[in-house]
Design a binder for this molecule. Structure first.
Ligand code: ATP
Length: 217
């Protein structure tokens, strides 16, 4: 249905485009589940509250171009987005800090649809070490290095308290981790070649509370 255009390299894709990709994917999967087979860029744009030109531009990065008046074939587009995001292959991930947040992330089933699977958790608290979180074992942090090497894991999630985050990040880097997703509400420093993303739910919360206070007080 679609014309496959030359697959562009992921390098150079604007960050906002990358950030929107998971939204297109979950939207298209929902659309597919309702039995819709074809969809146009303006339709997608209207449902997601995006600009139609932006949608066309974003989706072109996947190598798929919609047909005039017909649009995109939903199934093909889903596959193209998954390929583009590199999530047809599951990345195995270790998580350090098996407290409430860490355990919730380990148990979260949704990650699989977006290309990651937490395969082991690590902690230093003897009450937590040895637990089983929906089939995912919690090991002592001492085991991280050997397991990462054996399982070729290069992606680590940090869910320890902020006071321990830098130390854990330093260890992860020295143990061969190449990408860190930090959920601790603190800034950590890593060498330039290490991929680092922070996700602080508290940062978003601070915005909500501030807006609530200023708008509705
Ligand atoms: P949260 O809901 O924030 O995950 P929690 O109240 O269960 O937290 P925290 O004190 O935030 O617990 O710690 C999270 C987890 O990190 C705990 O299980 C704790 O044992 C673990 N932890 C703390 N310091 C380290 C460390 N240096 N290395 C590994 N794990 C650690």
């Amino acid at each position: 249905m679609e014309n496959i255009v030359e697959h562009k390299k992921i390098i150079g894709v604007p960050e906002p485009t990358l950030r929107r990709m998971p939204m297109y994917l979950s939207y298209l999967k929902a659309i597919e589940a309702t039995g819709i087979r074809q969809i146009s860029a303006p339709h997608i744009a209207a449902d997601l509250n995006f600009d139609p030109t932006q949608v066309t531009k974003d989706l072109a990065y996947t190598g798929i171009k919609g047909k005039t008046r017909i649009g995109y074939e939903v199934q093909t587009l889903i596959k193209a987005i998954e390929d583009f995001m590199g999530i047809n292959k599951i990345n195995e991930v270790f998580i350090v800090g098996a407290g409430n947040l860490g355990a919730a992330l380990v148990k979260y089933e949704g990650f699989k649809e977006y290309g990651i699977k937490v395969v082991a958790a690590f902690d230093i608290n003897p009450e937590v070490v040895g637990k089983d979180l929906n089939g995912v074992p919690v090991f002592h942090l001492d085991k991280f290095r050997d397991l990462a090497r054996r399982m070729h894991v290069v992606f680590g999630i940090i869910t320890v308290p902020p006071s321990a985050a830098q130390q854990v990040a330093d260890m992860m880097v020295s143990w061969g981790i190449k990408a860190i997703w930090n959920f601790a509400p603190t800034n950590i420093k890593v060498p330039d070649d290490i991929i680092l993303q922070h996700t602080s739910i508290y940062a978003n919360l601070a915005l909500i509370i501030n807006k609530l206070q200023t708008k509705y007080k």
